[in-house]
Unconditional design. Structure first.
Length: 261
């Protein structure tokens, strides 16, 4: 049986080693999503580790979304997805706000790469559905309501057209991290009746309908130029407001200082 280390650094390396051995076991045994893992007793014997070390590894794999515990079935292999990443994005994004532009760059690259596929494979029915989603945005704008959900549905529908589940999941990640409907920095963009924003969406969909790859790419780029400009203006306005709020505080501090002296 493998000897468990006592030093903190060595314990961390040991946990990682056991976790990777568990992954290798799943691959070597050709276990598929939904297949049940062997009992803890069997796994301990196969991996030559203690029950406590095994349970730590299993808990780690559950957190990563590699396996899951099902009532009445025990632990089973999960289908690969980004759930574990998505669940931690809000936290990671909150403490590293500067990553917003990096994530936005990835999303832009995804849109530009897959737009050719969308133009090529979209059916007439799918194109009509995209047009309906643009009209849904238009109705929200007309009523001066937020069109956050409609905006999301439009972009998600385009990635569904690719037939690439990984592309769709990557879109979900970048949306939740950078363009989430509840994000205070972008929510304002979906409240105002921005006719140009509506035109950008419509241009993308119509280029798809016309099987115009170049036109679709140009429409996507125009859309990003527009949203980049609006986000920059919003951030500048917020900075001005924050500076104004600081002025009374600075005056109060100065007044207290002069009174004391």
């Amino acid at each position: 049986m493998m000897q468990e280390p006592s030093a903190i650094g060595e314990k961390h390396a040991f946990k990682n080693l056991i976790r990777e051995r568990m992954k290798a076991f799943i691959v070597d045994e050709k276990l598929k999503p939904g297949d049940k893992l062997p009992t803890e007793e069997v796994l301990c014997e196969r991996l030559q580790i203690s029950r406590s070390a095994l349970r730590e590894a299993l808990a780690s794999l559950e957190a990563l979304g590699v396996i899951e515990a099902r009532q009445g079935s025990g632990r089973v292999v999960r289908d690969f997805n980004f759930d574990a990443i998505l669940s931690n994005l809000a936290y990671g994004f909150a403490i590293r706000r500067q990553t917003q532009q990096h994530i936005k760059d990835v999303r832009k690259a995804l849109d530009l790469f897959f737009i050719e596929s969308i133009v090529t494979v979209a059916t007439d029915k799918q194109i009509e559905e995209l047009r309906q989603k643009v009209r849904a945005i238009q109705l929200k704008m007309r009523d001066k309501q937020s069109y956050a959900v409609e905006d999301y549905e439009l972009h998600r529908a385009m990635f569904e057209i690719t037939g690439n589940p990984l592309a769709k999941q990557l879109f979900e990640i970048t949306w939740d991290a950078n363009l989430h409907p509840n994000d205070s920095d972008v929510q304002w963009m979906r409240r105002a009746s921005d006719r140009y924003e509506l035109t950008m969406h419509s241009n993308i969909v119509e280029a798809i309908a016309n099987r115009d790859v170049v036109g679709a790419r140009n429409a996507v780029l125009a859309h990003y130029r527009h949203t980049d400009k609006r986000m920059k203006e919003n951030l500048e306005n917020k900075q001005v407001e924050n500076n104004r709020k600081d002025i009374p505080n600075e005056i109060a501090v100065f007044s207290q200082y002069t009174a004391a002296t």
